[in-house]
Design a protein around this ligand. Structure first.
Ligand code: GLN
Length: 544
């Protein structure tokens, strides 16, 4: 029997509902249950693919090629389960489906309304997960009280009613702000937020109270009393040093025990949390420390690089090292006069992550040049590979105007738009005239690795599958010339047309990949490229 857990948030946004959901998923999993996590997002975009990283942080890509909310990344990193297209939906997607149905005449002449048509569509997104796990955790994006969350709240209210208390549970995450003048954590916003939820007919049975310091027993009791919740189900969720400590901390406060109790489950086995204990132990006791420069243009919202930051942490865990990330804003170095050297001098490794558009590109090309010439470990991811190829073309094989089609018509296009390529048995097509949304090479694609190459050694395998999210490709026509100068095309699509990985054979660690390895890294299963990259950074540290 599948049980459903709905997680809402109140008081403020950015409460860490996604992490809380992921951590609860990990705790139930540690007790031997099968879990599935999904997210409902209240915005009108059909998916976050067209949103600026500054708006929404990273776009997380699944194996089946969906562009989804970054919380799905937390779900994967905490449970190890691969998320899929059907694990995330938005108001935009729900309305798209409803309107398509309306045009087809599926509603048989009815007046199409939010209730029941939109709410039914939302409920069917949830109901379709029935049977797929012991627990389905559904996170509701946004903050209770927002206009746009209402159809989702109404849907989960109805769904909870249909399922009954034995199969549906509402958890509300709130914040207790600390007011320095009063020297107190305040419970009033939580009371109001629960009231708001009750006004739409949802009675949370568990409260997860975020706070930056210890919450007094008295305060917890007060919340329980005012919010109509059992004392032991008002659970403190205090800030912790590393996000990987969250499952341990929530378990200590009784979250998983109370969830099972709310469902009346008496025979659950104790959770095995040893892997989380080991991860936290390693994070807290590093044997060495490295500084890695991340040269990108979304550096003032580090959520834009969420999975990347985590993958570097995972690489650190595997090497017992603390990884400090130095974000370097690439747009500052686009002009010819401005040199990036003073920003990169002394770092142990350089990473150029994924990115879009011309702004900041020259800064990234300079970073690749610096790493090549100074023999500093370089990891280019997607755009970071493309810029390394442009750099090599400009400075090692003499194509001075080497560039990407992404930046316009001018120059020699070393990176270009592929108008078609093969996925599985079906041919997919992209043209310059397509809509921007959903026109990229998205999701998992296989690649074959050249035997004897560095990447083949790192992966320990001749074939891999990694997730993609890009529109442009490295032009294979320049392969021979570049290889003569030590820039080896060591990973290719199985049909040999699309370069997937390039590496330098005259450099200690210089690898560029067309895909996003960071999306598949987990704290307990770190991605081999990140393990190897951090190791190379540590070795570089020994040299300087
Ligand atoms: N802008 C590049 C492209 O579309 C790279 C995208 C990325 O780095 N994810 O191909």
């Amino acid at each position: 029997m599948t049980r459903f857990i709905f997680i809402t948030g109140g008081v403020v946004s950015s409460l860490g509902k996604g992490l809380a959901s992921a951590a609860l998923g990990a705790l139930l999993q540690a007790r031997g249950y099968k879990v599935r996590l999904c997210k409902l997002d209240p915005y009108l975009n059909v998916d976050p693919g067209t949103m600026s990283p500054f708006q929404h942080g990273e776009v997380f890509v699944t194996d089946d090629g969906a562009e989804t909310d970054l919380d799905l990344g937390h779900y994967e990193r905490f449970t190890g389960n691969s998320a899929c297209k059907n694990d995330n939906t938005t108001t935009g997607r729900i309305y798209t489906n409803v309107l398509a149905r309306e045009r087809r005449g599926d509603y048989l002449g009815a007046t199409v309304q939010v209730i029941p048509h939109v709410t039914d569509e939302i409920k069917s997104f949830i109901r379709e997960k029935d049977g797929s796990a012991d627990f389905v955790l559904v996170e509701i994006g946004g903050t209770v009280g927002d206009i746009e969350s209402l159809p989702f709240l109404e849907s989960i209210r109805q769904f909870g009613n249909e399922m009954g208390r034995a199969r549906a549970l509402f958890i509300h995450v709130t914040l207790l702000p600390y007011i320095p003048a009063a020297g107190e954590l305040k419970t009033k916003p939580t009371q109001h937020s629960v009231k708001e939820l009750m006004a739409v007919g949802i009675r949370p049975r568990i409260l997860l109270c975020r706070a930056d310091r210890q919450i007094d027993k008295e305060e917890l009791r007060k919340i329980a009393l005012f919010c109509n919740i059992d004392d032991e189900k008002v659970i403190p969720a205090l800030d912790v040093k590393t996000i990987y400590e969250v499952p341990l901390s929530y378990h200590k406060e009784g979250l998983d025990t109370q969830v099972l109790d709310a469902f009346g489950i008496k025979d659950a086995k104790a959770p095995d949390l040893s892997k989380w204990e080991e991860i936290v132990r390693r994070i807290k006791n590093p044997e060495s420390e490295v500084t890695i420069a991340v040269v990108g243009k979304y550096t003032n919202l580090t959520d834009s690089y969420k999975s990347l930051n985590e993958a570097l942490v995972h690489g650190g865990i595997a090497n017992n090292a603390k990884v400090n990330i130095k974000f370097v804003e690439s747009t500052l170095f686009d002009s010819a006069e401005k040199d990036i050297v003073h920003q990169l001098d002394g770092v142990h490794a350089i990473l150029v992550p994924g990115g879009f558009g011309e702004r900041g590109a020259e800064g990234k090309i300079k970073a690749a040049k610096f790493a090549r010439e100074r023999k500093i470990p370089y990891f280019g991811i997607c755009f970071g590979l493309q810029m390394a190829v442009v750099e090599a073309a400009r400075h090692t094989i003499g194509i001075k105007d080497a560039t990407s089609t992404e930046f316009g018509e001018k120059g020699t296009h070393i990176i270009g738009l592929m108008t078609e390529w093969v996925k599985g048995n079906a041919k997919e097509e992209r043209t310059a005239a397509n809509d921007m949304g959903g026109t990229m090479r998205l999701g998992a694609y296989p690649a074959l690795l050249r035997s004897g190459s560095k990447v083949a050694e790192i992966y320990g395998s001749a074939s891999i599958s990694e997730r993609h999210r890009h529109r442009y490709e490295v032009n294979v026509a320049y392969k021979e010339k570049l290889e003569e100068k030590g820039f080896i095309f060591s990973g290719m699509s199985p049909d040999g047309t699309l370069p997937e990985i390039c590496e330098r054979n005259d450099h200690p660690w210089f690898i560029g990949v067309q895909y996003h390895p960071e999306l598949k890294s987990k704290p307990f299963d770190p991605h081999p490229l990140f393990v190897s990259f951090v190791k190379a950074a540590i070795e570089q540290g020994r040299l300087v």
